[in-house]
Design a protein around this ligand. Structure first.
Ligand SMILES: C=CC1=C(C)/C(=C/C2=NC(=C\c3[nH]c(/C=C4\NC(=O)C(C)=C4C=C)c(C)c3CCC(=O)O)/C(CCC(=O)O)=C2C)NC1=O
Length: 198
């Protein structure tokens, strides 16, 4: 039996966490402003925590162009445009990720760009008065990087040579999904208005 690829393991073994996260945003593609605001706040908080950590990781040296890009700035611009309250996240669980851990974290960030591309397409299709008012700096920036997913995965396969390193990468990816979920939970009960400041 050939060894399963890193990609197939990442996808299969993070599926439960990915589905839980997805289920937190049932109305997102229809442009529900509460779900959309939560999505932006989650991304602002998570990318704010993850980008500096990946930039300082061994992955930044292996791949000069940052794997994460500057999604944080775009998410922050949208959160401010909607006058939403920022979520104060916990510390990211992997403070100094190894190369294999960095690849697992970056898998979630890079894959989320595919999600962003899909959400942006559906918002544009919905194109009504409500969705037309939503700020889309984050979605546009993220969707613009979606084509890099395949190249990222190919690079990741070459950098993760052993089954044990695969285990480490998969665990880090799952922890990253867990972090996004934790941030969503922190956004909080009793926050039905999507965290609007006023
Ligand atoms: C939150 C709602 C939420 C939505 C609305 C959502 C939608 C989609 N995510 C997709 C793919 C992936 N998404 C992620 C991670 C996150 N996606 C995100 O949007 C956030 C926020 C993520 C991580 C935090 C990853 C690692 C993959 C690659 C999986 C693989 O290895 O194939 C696709 C497929 C798109 C296509 O194939 O063109 C769709 C439609 N996913 C969500 O969690």
């Amino acid at each position: 039996m050939p060894e399963p690829s890193l990609r197939s393991r990442l996808r299969a073994e993070t599926r439960p966490a990915h589905e839980r996260l997805d289920a937190s945003f049932a109305g997102l593609a229809e442009g529900d402003p509460t779900d959309y605001g939560l999505f932006l706040r989650m991304n602002e908080a998570c990318h704010g925590a993850i980008e500096p950590l990946l930039a300082a990781s061994p992955l930044a040296a292996a791949r000069p162009r940052s794997a994460a890009g500057d999604l944080h700035a775009a998410a922050l611009a949208d959160v401010e445009a909607m006058r939403l309250r920022r979520i104060v996240p916990a510390a990211f669980p992997l403070a100094k990720p190894t190369l294999a851990q960095s690849l697992g974290i970056a898998y979630v960030v890079e894959g989320s760009k595919l999600g962003a591309r899909q959400i942006l397409r559906r918002l544009r299709k919905a194109a009504d008065e409500e969705t037309d008012r939503l700020p889309v700096a984050f979605l546009e920036r993220a969707a613009g990087g979606a084509d890099g997913f395949k190249a990222f995965l190919e690079m990741a396969e070459t950098l993760v040579a052993t089954r044990a390193e695969q285990d480490v990468a998969v665990e880090a990816a799952d922890a990253t999904f867990g972090y996004f979920l934790d941030v969503v939970r922190r956004a909080g009960a009793g926050d039905e208005r999507g965290g609007r400041v006023n």
